[in-house]
Design a protein around this ligand. Sequence first.
Ligand code: CTP
Length: 400
Amino acid sequence: MRGKRILLGVTGGIAAYKIPYLVRLLKKSGAEVKCIMTPASSDFISPLVLSTLSENPVAIEFWNKSDGTWTNHVELALWADLFVVAPLTANTLAKMAIGACDNVLLATYLSMKSSTLIAPAMDLDMYAHPTTKRNLESLKSDGVGIIPPGTGELASGLHGEGRLAEPEVIFESINAYFQSNHTGSYSGKKVLVTAGPTYEAIDPVRFIGNRSSGKMGVAIAQAFAKEGAEVTLITGPIHQIVEHTSIQSIQIESAEEMFEKVKEYWPQMDSGVFSAAVADYRPKFLADQKIKKSADEFSLELVKNPDILAWVGDHKSETQQLIGFALETENLIQNATGKLQRKHLDFIVMNSLQDKGAGFGVDTNKVSVLDKNNNLTSFELLPKVELAEKLIQLFSKSHL
Ligand code: CTP
């Protein structure tokens, strides 16, 4: 862990007494450590212990009244290669899940560009409460890694699940994170990702669209960025705001606008993932004014949109990697194989609409991936953020 910069967040639970030992383990392994404490956590452990062991000042307040300085939470977040919150109380967990930032630890969490790992610790009934479970799921789908609590004797005297994972276990999880997650498999590579629906205008107020949320594509863009890629993300109208220093976000509306941007960017790219749900057709004529209702029937003439992925497949060099998506309701493998060959793809990701929790709008997805050598990899139902990371691991194997 030599040279890794670990930001350790400590919240107000009795298990905070184990954290000095964790700081020692991290420091011994060569990591740089800075600590942030919630004000409540200093009732359990002295900041002096953590600042002495970490060899860095401890951040607790936004404004340090004694010397008039303020804590720059944005700088702290940018400094860190990884943010670890241990122990994480039910209260801070809930605040992280809703994006509250009434202390330095929470404001830093919201400013993080690197990943966050959490080690929850609370009494067994608090841990088992549906609210806690919901909040943990919510953070998980935001890409936060969870170091599960252990089972055993709790400070309340009760026995059950909820005690903070032992410092050695937290240390190993941090180590595993650096071994596996941040391999930088796309370091220095340029990747293009398309995501979301396209809107095809009928008149100034109406359009033809589809139910794609863009969540899968955004998760893929973020996973590539984590792997060191410089990402250009072209999205149709989506609700998610994508903020990442390594992601350039370009918003378009129609398939033709997406096509123009793809043509502009594709030649400089090393890889492309085309997850957008592009409308196959658009209205032949765009009315200047809002169309007034008159007759009982109204028909709209449509013309075919350019097949963006097919164009990219035809303009792909030997070294460029190309990945498409397919949504089939019948003859899944046969149709996907046809698409993979016609569009000169390296991989095709097959979405399942049959499975509950998979597909449009939801936070989870279930896919299988076929590569150009006919290898099939099937994934279980997973949060889109987690699935995106697994997909990128798979793509990186053929690309390296
Ligand atoms: N795609 C595209 N441009 C289009 C249509 C689709 O780039 N005009 C891309 C999508 O982003 C996706 C893949 O092509 O990666 C989907 O292939 P497509 O042949 O359109 O399949 P389906 O949408 O599944 O539809 P169909 O089976 O009707 O061809």
